[in-house]
Design a protein around this ligand. Structure first.
Ligand code: GUN
Length: 279
């Protein structure tokens, strides 16, 4: 398929580059990530499995802590504090979503910015907004890398993002503004999102709503990035009605095989960067 942006292909290129860098470390201590999961969310199980597989593939070290659903926030924060103080840990992630009794904003602000592999700590996010960060939230960074890989012009382009989450929409909007794009961020209260989307050069859907983006949202010169990760009747799909839209746009990412693998590659790039700052 000619207009497909193959995130699996590019993520493999990035992972192989990381693997080479880790091989070159020879006798030095290897970079280490700690992945924390609270409870047994089925989607999280799947994402974590992919993350661990990629970590092993490139030769990093990984510790996976699966914690009881009922752990208190206080106990979770204590575990994170201990990891913050453990010199051989370079990156920490707490897989989201968390159970309702735990506040993810508090958790992400307790993970030290020096070990913030996800890029969700307020200090990291402040630096991302200012354009002074070396660490970026992985999904937004993966999206920008895909656009640059396919030579999609960001500077001066009209970008529409559907979704204002703290982990995709908000940081992505700031990163694109820093690259001189004109950015519109739509949310559930936006009036006539389809009309706004239709004028975009780049449409990024991160709404978490299957079949949201239909032919009314697109134009022939558009690049579509589908960040959706939805399960419909047991099938994994994005936010875009792919079959309806694919032939009516310039470039499009598939789900699966688009943004998802890029998120993992960019997460591990963050861990490597944190490692360099930590040794
Ligand atoms: N849940 C969905 N995406 C992510 C992510 O990038 N990091 C974490 N920690 N949890 C997530």
């Amino acid at each position: 398929m000619q207009n497909l942006i193959d995130g699996k292909e590019y993520s493999n290129i990035l992972l192989n580059k990381l693997k080479e860098k880790i091989k070159e470390l020879k006798d030095k201590r290897l970079p280490k990530i700690v992945i924390i999961q609270v409870g047994n969310n089925l989607a999280s199980n799947k994402y974590i499995k992919h993350k661990i597989k990629s970590v092993e593939k490139i030769g990093m070290l990984c510790d996976f802590k699966k914690l009881d659903e009922n752990i208190t926030q206080k106990d979770l924060l204590e575990i994170i504090e201990n990891l913050n103080n453990d010199h051989i840990v370079d990156g920490i992630i707490v897989q989201l979503p968390l159970p309702n009794h735990i506040d993810s904003t508090v958790v992400n602000s307790v993970i030290s910015y020096k070990k913030d592999a996800d890029g969700f700590n307020p200090i990291t996010l402040g630096n991302v907004m200012l354009g002074t960060s070396k660490i970026f939230p992985a999904t937004p960074n993966g999206i920008i890398k895909l656009l640059e890989w396919k030579n999609v012009e960001i500077k001066g382009s009209n970008v529409v993002i559907i979704g204002r989450s703290n982990i995709v929409g908000k940081p992505l909007a700031n990163m694109l503004i820093n690259k001189s794009a004109t950015v519109t961020v739509c949310n559930t209260q936006t009036k006539n999102t389809a009309n706004i989307a239709k004028k975009a050069d780049i449409l990024i859907s991160a709404a978490g709503c299957a079949n949201l983006v239909t032919s009314e949202f697109v134009n022939k010169n558009m690049t579509i990035i589908d960040v959706g990760a939805n399960f419909v009747d047991g099938k994994y799909c994005g936010d875009v009605n792919f079959n309806e839209v694919q032939d009516n746009v310039k470039l499009i990412t598939p789900v699966p095989g688009g943004v998802g693998p890029m998120t993992i590659a960019c997460l591990l790039e963050n861990v490597y960067e944190l490692y360099l700052q930590n040794i």
